[in-house]
Unconditional design. Structure first.
Length: 112
């Protein structure tokens, strides 16, 4: 119960996904973050015709061009779908194990 209260308090103060908060709910979608090597993810995106240079913003968010890199369940969001996140416009180019249990969650790539 304390952790839930703390997360809710941090969310209300930050109004976006943060390392400290860990979880944020944006427009009914659960957002979490992950920090993994993006080489394979970016290579696959380029092979599929998604344009943009890989970069890490000053706030530590990993992007492809101007789009935040998002992992999501592919049966909820198709590969290459643009989504609005609490950290800006995103593009779904990855997925993860979380997708098996939560179809209304996205994972945002960061360098935190």
């Amino acid at each position: 119960m304390v952790a839930l209260t703390l997360a809710t308090t941090i969310q209300a103060k930050e109004n976006r996904l943060t390392k400290r908060g860990g979880v944020f709910y944006h427009d009914g979608i659960k957002e979490t973050w992950y920090n993994l090597d993006m080489k394979k993810v970016v290579r696959r995106a380029k092979e599929k015709g998604i344009e943009g240079e890989y970069n890490v913003r000053e706030d530590g968010v990993k992007c492809l061009g101007e789009y935040v890199i998002v992992a999501a369940p592919y049966d909820t969001w198709d590969y290459g779908t643009c989504v609005m996140t609490s950290l800006g416009k995103g593009v779904v180019i990855d997925t993860g194990a979380f997708a098996l249990s939560n179809k209304a969650q996205i994972d945002i790539a960061v360098a935190w």
